[in-house]
Design a protein around this ligand. Structure first.
Ligand SMILES: [Zn+2]
Length: 206
């Protein structure tokens, strides 16, 4: 780990920011006007008429011209050309969302883990990465096709990317977080459900 903050802390920050501020508030915070039907001009391409849709209830945004889309943290990151983490910190400060500082006892406790645990970790990491990557490609396809899983794509893609980042940078922290492990289990079941609901026309490889 390059920095002292943990991925648990990042995920907690993202969750709090997503709960503490609406998509429309974020768009307006950056000086863009959202019309009554939820459209605004897209800041990510040279847009003349509003092509960017701002969806209510935390669903995110999508530009029907250039395909930019995601959740409110992604919007802030893309708009300012900064990382998701920087964007989330900035939004938390701007909207006065209280965020918890990282704790250190967890690091100490983890230092006592056995070799067996490290082996389990490596199995977990490979398996989780595979399911997340498969899920990610399904979500990207769903967004492109604007079909029945479009919402799920917009709502989940950024989160899946956070998880993949964390899994890459500090897998031990992901593995130690029961909530995140449960979430990855849900992703696994979701992918299986997805294939069975679409008739299983492709085999899962990897
Ligand atoms: Zn656009």
């Amino acid at each position: 780990m390059k920095e002292s903050r943990s991925c648990n802390y990042d995920l907690e920050l993202y969750r709090k920011v997503r709960e503490g501020v609406s998509m429309q508030q974020v768009v307006e915070y950056f000086g863009l006007k959202v019309n009554k039907k939820g459209w605004c001009t897209c800041p990510f391409h040279a847009d003349k008429k509003p092509s960017l849709k701002v969806y209510p209830n935390g669903k995110g945004y999508y530009c029907f011209s250039c395909g930019a889309g995601g959740d409110l943290i992604k919007f802030a990151a893309q708009y300012q050309n900064v990382s998701n983490y920087e964007a989330a910190k900035g939004l938390a400060a701007a909207f006065q969302i209280p965020i918890q500082e990282p704790v250190t006892y967890r690091e100490k406790r983890e230092a006592a883990l056995t070799r067996k645990r490290r082996q389990e970790l490596s199995v977990f990491q490979r398996r989780a990465k595979m399911w997340l990557m498969v899920y990610r490609s399904l979500l990207c396809e769903a967004i492109r096709e604007q079909g029945e899983h479009f919402w799920e794509g917009l709502g989940s893609l950024t989160y899946v990317d956070y998880l993949l980042d964390c899994l890459e940078q500090c897998p031990e922290k992901v593995y130690a977080d029961k909530k995140v492990v449960k979430k990855i289990g849900e992703v696994e079941r979701r992918v299986i459900g997805w294939y069975s609901s679409t008739g299983g026309y492709r085999a899962i490889s990897g």
